[in-house]
Design a protein around this ligand. Structure first.
Ligand SMILES: Nc1nc2c(ncn2[C@@H]2O[C@H](COP(=O)(O)OP(=O)(O)OP(=O)(O)O)[C@@H](O)[C@H]2O)c(=O)[nH]1
Ligand SMILES: [Mg+2]
Length: 623
């Protein structure tokens, strides 16, 4: 008895705790949806003398004078610092059986942000200050107060609505990519190991314009605070998950927007982070459309608890206090918050198992798994009982365990789409060892063995080169006993020493799994030597890449002319970001924009290219 060891070529991870099969479906929990509060803000200009806006009668005469932009000023009070979207595990087989009522059985929890009504905490000391409120909770109508010269000196009580887009439970659709070949398969099979999701980092909050007005402090200067940073998007490995099925119902993950800045140099609150939970063994790629192409691998997450920052939130816009210079001591300018980056991702789950059980349909693979582990896979006397891989943990001693995956049956021609195809075989890519179960009672076990080996080779030569054992099953049946000698001789002639066993009678099964364990140990030892190469040190490289794109210099741009020859287009990441963050409501913004065009050489380049007076120049979305 023995086995053939060919090469060890695959890196894998061992994670028994995360892979307990057959857990019951937890009940679906309701997804809290953030109510969007929108209060109409009726900003009529009234040509009347500005009233003294003292909140407390007899308070010290302190006045804030400012011209707030319409969308500024709200005060979200954050209760939870991080909104976690927990996608808990699902029992796939049970789900498959109950496909119709599956919605009820999928568990999906989203502790998304509880939107605050921002009650009361405007941050002003009413004993000392008077003027308009920042983010008041009041529902009073908003008013601008205008002085005798027609200049707006104050902004009445008003509540700006919180336009806060966080994870939205309504954004639900079947996010699985449907390949043509897979269309005949039940949705649960298509979706358990592949998903496509959308992630968006939170936008930064806007900066504001405000001026300090306080008794005995003449010309208090600008005091508009910066906007808060947008929330980040993280991805984290959840050891209790074993499929990507929860992403079938929840596709969009959006981090919270940073709060707007406030007067008295107060910075807006930070946007809420979002954590996308994935099972161990998830590969994350950039989505590249529907051409069947695969995007670049961004991350490979193998171990429970691993966490990577995918998208950093947008920067908060600067308030007018940040624009104060020696030349301009009372700047009337503030920036918009930076928009958060967004992208579509493809997730693929590759099971993290040490041993993969392969073989033809009905060979007894599931029976064998049920004998060597506590797993209870479905067993029946017809082909394709197993539609999705089953996992089981085999324990030898207190410290020696390994994870075994029972895979769906493989038919000759699987690579052409017969049977279930062989899509699921990619789950064996991380297995160190394969156990090939052969139905000894079939008319020609040798032929069945060769056909399955050929399919493995057709799927991936690497897979065919993995160390494997052959287990000739059903030895309790006379047909198998009759076939055994010729089968063994044939394999011995190929240098393979097969095992024989009866899974039903539990005879010979222990020898097979012990031999598999020895092979797994050899692979683990070999891998330990090169362990440092397996785990990448920096998991945040996607965020670093996004950050690098954001900091593209403003003087790197291209100028092109459209076909009619009338319009000039200026494109450049740095310049476009600058325009997006420019708040055109303020007069000083125009001046700054012109100054930047001059300073970064856009004007010079346009003149060089022959721009004439009256020509249209389009920079970003500004014309
Ligand atoms: N007599 C006998 N029957 C067995 C043995 N092992 C499995 N069987 C039977 O073979 C049939 C198929 O067993 P499964 O374990 O479902 O086979 P499978 O390879 O998982 O099949 P698929 O999932 O359909 O690919 C069942 O009726 C089992 O009871 C064995 O050692 N002896
Ligand atoms: Mg089976």
């Amino acid at each position: 008895m023995g086995c053939t060891t060919i090469t060890f070529g695959v890196a894998l991870s061992f994670n028994p705790s995360s892979l307990a099969a057959n857990k019951p479906f937890p009940k679906r929990s309701n997804v809290p949806i953030n109510p969007k509060k929108k209060t109409s803000q009726n900003r009529k200009l009234k040509l009347k003398k500005a009233p003294a806006l003292s909140v407390h009668e007899g308070g010290e005469a302190t006045t804030y004078t400012c011209l707030p932009p319409k969308d500024d000023f709200y005060l979200p009070v954050q209760k939870n610092p991080i909104a976690e979207v927990k996608l808990s595990e699902s029992n796939l087989l049970e789900h498959l059986k109950n496909e119709k009522g599956s919605e009820e059985r999928l568990n999906f929890e989203a502790e998304s942000e509880e939107e605050s009504d921002g009650s009361g905490s405007s941050g002003f000391d009413y004993d000392r200050f008077e003027l308009y409120e920042v983010g008041s909770d009041s529902d009073e109508e908003s008013e601008d107060y205008v002085d005798e010269d027609g200049a707006i000196v104050g902004f009445g009580r008003g509540e700006d609505y919180l336009s806060y887009e966080n994870f939205n439970g309504d954004d639900v659709f079947d996010g699985c990519e449907v390949k043509e070949k897979e269309k005949g398969l039940p949705a649960v099979m298509r979706c358990f190991d592949r998903a496509k999701i959308f992630i968006k980092a939170g936008d930064g909050g806007n900066g504001v314009v405000a001026f300090r007005r306080e008794k005995f402090v003449p010309l208090g200067g600008p005091s508009g605070g910066d906007g808060g940073k947008g929330g980040n998007v993280y991805v984290e490995v959840d050891g209790s998950m074993n499929s990507l099925l929860p992403f079938r119902k929840s596709v969009h993950f959006r981090a919270g927007k940073g709060g707007n800045g406030h007067g008295r140099n107060m910075i807006g609150p930070r946007g809420e982070d979002v954590v996308v939970k994935v099972p161990p063994g998830t590969v994350i790629r950039e989505a590249v459309g529907n051409g069947g192409l695969q995007g670049n691998v961004l991350l490979e997450l193998l171990h429970p608890g691993q966490r990577a920052l995918l998208l950093p939130g947008g920067r908060g816009g600067r308030g007018n206090a940040s624009f104060k210079t020696g030349m301009n001591k009372a700047p009337k300018i503030a920036e918009n918050g930076e928009e958060g980056h967004e992208m579509w991702l493809e997730l693929e789950l590759k099971l993290v198992a040490d041993v993969g059980i392969v073989g033809a349909p009905n060979a007894g693979k599931s029976t064998y798994l049920s004998v060597i582990s506590a797993a209870k896979p479905e067993i029946a006397n017809y082909p394709f009982t197993t539609l999705l891989p089953n996992l089981g943990v085999v324990s030898f001693d207190y410290d020696a365990t390994m994870v075994v995956a029972d895979l769906p049956g493989l038919l000759e021609g699987a690579h052409r789409g017969f049977g279930l195809g062989h899509e699921f075989l990619r789950h064996t890519e991380r297995c160190s060892v394969l156990v090939h179960v052969v139905d000894g009672s079939s008319p020609q076990p040798e032929y069945e063995f060769d056909a399955v080996r050929l399919e493995l080779e057709m799927f991936s030569p690497e897979l065919a080169e993995k160390p494997f054992l052959v287990a000739f099953n059903k030895m309790d049946l006379p047909e198998a006993q009759a076939n055994w000698i010729s089968f063994r001789d044939k394999l011995l002639s190929q240098g393979i020493e097969p095992f024989c066993m009866s899974a039903v009678k539990r005879e010979g099964t222990h020898e097979v799994i012990c031999a598999a364990h020895r092979l797994v140990q050899e692979v683990r030892d070999a891998r330990r030597e090169g362990a440092s190469a397996i785990f990448p040190v920096n998991l945040n490289h996607v965020a670093d890449m996004v950050q690098k794109q954001r900091t593209a210099p403003i003087n790197e741009f291209e100028i092109s002319r459209d076909r009619t020859g009338e319009a000039w287009h200026v494109t450049g990441a740095g310049l476009e970001r600058f325009i997006q963050m420019t708040n055109w409501r303020y007069i000083d913004s125009d001046r700054r924009f012109q100054h930047v065009l001059e300073a970064c050489g856009v004007n010079k380049s346009l003149i060089k290219l022959g721009v004439k007076e009256g020509d249209t120049v389009i920079v970003g979305d500004v014309s």
